[in-house]
Design a binder for this molecule. Structure first.
Ligand code: ADP
Ligand code: MG
Length: 344
């Protein structure tokens, strides 16, 4: 066996294995890019649950003609430039891998127009060397990424795709998380040429409108009955909604936690939440919540997992106790009037 350099396309396909699992993971990466670009309007079009096509248009800052090719190449990002930046990341992306990975396992077209550029341009890659072709196009300010035939050239991965219906439900869930993380963004979803979801943009601090979006994502019952909680300490903050113990669900389908606006499934957070509920929860029910935890970005490491599902807190104990306290006291206050009556 001799050692040789992998062809660039193959190297990208291997990297894609880490972030591109199914249409939902493509949607996640592309929407995060649009949000990082400052968009407040997203249109997501899907065909066959995203397996045939995922097309996302945003009204963000766009990509200049001269940077289209770079955007599609690996390790190219506008979001960080030094190790220092990595210590306190404010953007959702920073690895510069998503577009290169996705384009290596699909047919990708990127069309974009920054406001300052007179015309739009479209880029796509072809061939083993990932050479980028560019031509003029028609497009308003912003970006559209059109992805077709995910895994068409990697049959081993295509085998793991499920039915359209299943893939759509994964995409839908991904979009729900985004809808809960950014109330200030208008999101429309089309599937098979039908508009299937619309989350209108919410005015800042309009609690009634926020509850309306909450109802669209989590159901009317949760939106009507959840306790809203806010707890501020230094340097942490927790807010969001939690179900009272009696209203908690039997399934773990409403358990959304966000760290600095990023959706997470973090063991430390879920442990703290579970512990807070412990005293109150009937045995067959599970904690039910939408919670936003905020802390200074330099106190959390998001570069733990390529898909950024996990984080590492520097002050684990303090984070755990803060969350436990905040939820336990909200549940306790809610419970207290009833207990007081019994004692009389
Ligand atoms: P990352 O998000 O980690 O930087 P990506 O491969 O996802 O890496 O994107 C590469 C670069 O392409 C981004 O850093 C950004 O500059 C640009 N880009 C991608 N999508 C968009 C978009 N929708 N609008 C504006 N710029 C974008
Ligand atoms: Mg990205």
């Amino acid at each position: 066996m001799s050692i040789r350099q992998l062809p660039i396309e193959l190297a990208n396909q291997i990297a894609a294995g880490e972030v591109v699992e199914r249409p939902a993971s493509v949607v996640k990466e592309l929407v995060e890019n649009a949000l990082d670009a400052g968009a407040d309007q997203l249109t997501i079009e899907l065909e066959q649950g995203g397996v045939k096509r995922i097309k996302i248009r945003d009204n963000g800052c766009g990509i200049g003609k001269d940077e289209l090719a770079l955007a599609l190449s690996r390790h190219a990002t506008s979001k960080i430039s030094s190790l220092e930046d990595l210590e306190s990341i404010a953007s959702l992306g920073f690895r510069g891998e998503a577009l290169a990975s996705i384009s290596s396992v699909s047919r990708l077209r990127l069309t974009s127009k920054p406001a300052a550029q007179a015309e739009a341009w479209q880029a796509w890659t072809s061939g083993r060397d990932m050479a980028v072709q560019i031509e003029p196009a028609a497009h308003p300010d912003g970006t559209t990424i059109d992805i077709q035939d995910i895994f068409f050239n990697t049959p081993a991965r295509r085998k793991f795709l499920r039915t359209e219906k299943t893939e759509f439900s994964h995409v839908d869930e991904t979009i729900k998380r985004i809808a809960l993380s950014r109330f200030d963004v208008d999101i429309t979803v089309w599937h098979q040429a039908k508009r299937v979801r619309h989350y209108p943009k919410i005015r800042k601090n309009d609690d009634q409108q926020r509850r309306r979006r909450l109802a669209k994502v989590c159901g009317q019952n949760f939106a009507d009955n959840a306790l809203s909680i806010t707890s501020e300490g230094t340097p942490f903050k927790l807010d969001g909604w939690i179900a009272t113990a009696d209203e908690c669900r039997h399934q773990a389908d409403i358990q959304y936690s966000f760290v600095n606006g990023r959706m997470m499934r973090d063991k430390l957070l879920s442990h703290a939440i579970r512990q807070a509920y412990e005293r109150y929860l009937p045995p067959e029910r599970v904690p039910t919540y939408v919670l936003y935890f905020w802390l200074p970005p330099e106190q959390v490491d998001v570069n733990v997992h390529p898909a950024k599902h996990e984080v590492r807190f520097h002050q684990q104990r303090q984070v755990h106790d803060f969350i436990l306290q905040a939820i336990a006291s909200a549940l306790h206050q809610q419970q207290a009037p009833a207990e007081a009556q019994i004692e009389q």
